[in-house]
Design a protein around this ligand. Sequence first.
Ligand code: AMP
Length: 610
Amino acid sequence: MANKVIGIDLGTTNSCVAIVEDGTPVVIPNRGGYKTTPSMVAMAENGKRLVGHIAKRQAITNAENTVYAAKRLIGRKWGSAAVRSSVESMPYQIVGGPHSDVRIMLRDQVFSIPELSAYILQEMKIITEEYLGEDISQVVITVPAYFNDGQRQATKDAGMVAGLDVIRIINEPTAAALAYGFGRNMERKVAVYDLGGGTFDISILEIGNNVFEVISTAGDTFLGGEDFDRRIIDWVVSEFKREHNIDLRKDRMALQRIKDVAEKAKCELSSVKEVEINLPFIISTGRNEALHVQSKLTREMLEELAGDLVERTLEICAQALAEADFEKSDLEEVILVGGMTRMPMVQKAVADFFGFAPCKGVHPDEVVALGAAIQGTALTEDNCEVLLLDVTPHSLGIMIVGGYFHRLIDRNTTVPTSESHAFTTVKDFQTSVKILVLQGENDRAEENELLGEFVLTGLRSANRGEVEVDVEFSISADGIVSVIARDSETGLEQSITVTATSGLTEDEIRDMINANEDHMVDVRTTGEFDKLKHEAETLLRDIDSLFPKVQQIISGSDFGQDAVSKARSVCDRARDAIDAKNIDELTECTEALGRTSNMFRGVVSKTTTD
Ligand code: AMP
């Protein structure tokens, strides 16, 4: 019988769901038969919420209302460097929230990041329920090992908004190691190198007798495939500027089209040595003439453009090894996880760094969800003897007088853990004390991440130094922090789960859960084919209306004529797929229609307005 706990890998680019069936972990395919689902959410013109493949298909034509890579923003503070960089580069509008958090505006409606992530989790829940034919509620969700408390808490909130009971948050590389070692009765020291769409993690583990013990972890939550794509985008834009003296960055639609081909080119270059980057009608000169992107990108050029990113991952690997007090030669296996590890340069760099070829035995897109499902089973079934010992990636402490950071729990300490410390008052007759809870490695408190703050009041009025306050910090197995502060003399206590300063309030979460439940009724009534057909028909109407004008603009251009005849053939294929009710073919055609409609609209609107 199927186990009811599901494991979800909530990825930056794609998400994946797995369960353990009859003792074997398996990935659940979505309705289209794909084992991963794009982590994308969009708001259509008619106000409908679109999630997964359907959101991805219309991304180019609806760029400003389509969210991708939201995981790069989850649990982050408005104004932080990572958020600033996203504000500049993302086609959707990122705005500040009421708790110095980050929100996204889609068609005049503002959404929190946990809310948008909840829609993806919910899609994964629906995929599972349709597969199993029964309701599920319990879930283990994975996060990058290097996520801090705020990012973990926000991920848990997303699970709640999706109507899920998040029984555990586990680290992605740890989940991968679990799936790798599960049922193999091995004793081995391994490294998990995890380079996904948005984040990089490296974890060093010892596996033995079904105990998976993480020794150290290190990472960068803003280093992943998105950055490789950006290097290609920058290259295309600067080449175009050099040739035509036009800045494509000013055109959101053009930029989204470049992003789309950049990612495709990057993936193709993992198997071929050279790709063509062709984008007909990227922009108009305003003289009834369209310009195209026509470039050639080689694997060698890509390696040059993105070499420093790979180099950075190796520096982090060296840091994790040093923290574990391991030599490279102590390791017996390196497991590659994350879509980016398909890049030959990454594989070679890892092999050169560790001195041996990485393991090819795991599927980089699926292994994390499989590990999450195994952990779910281990937590709920008595006969599953797997023990996971993970560590906290960041040191934890509080701010003390002078603005210094007082460390209570060091990074790479096994969790769950707790530590207490006695602090004394610093002023005469001080009756309250404010505790600022921080995570990070810097001796200056302000350089670290502020997780939250609370005030302990009602202390005995006495001379400075006479009143003692005991502060006990705990980190759960989820990596989430809670604090208890106690007046040692009176025993007066305040128990606080540190609410991330950039998080959601309980009321907000409740409102989102309610709003989401109403929406679910709506979503379940519409079938996948009907949604797709509607989308394709809208695009076909759009393209038909633009054909005459486009014909006029491209007359005399062979490249343009070729693009138009390809567009005609895609339209014909889409109409046939609708008639034949062929969902796979229609899925593919709708993506191509989206690109065509966007290309046509771009050139026509430019020509009209210029
Ligand atoms: P993940 O977060 O593990 O789903 O990884 C997604 C990232 O892997 C995205 O940036 C993809 O563009 C990238 N990716 C997927 N397949 C390939 C490939 N064949 N070559 C290079 N990168 C890839």
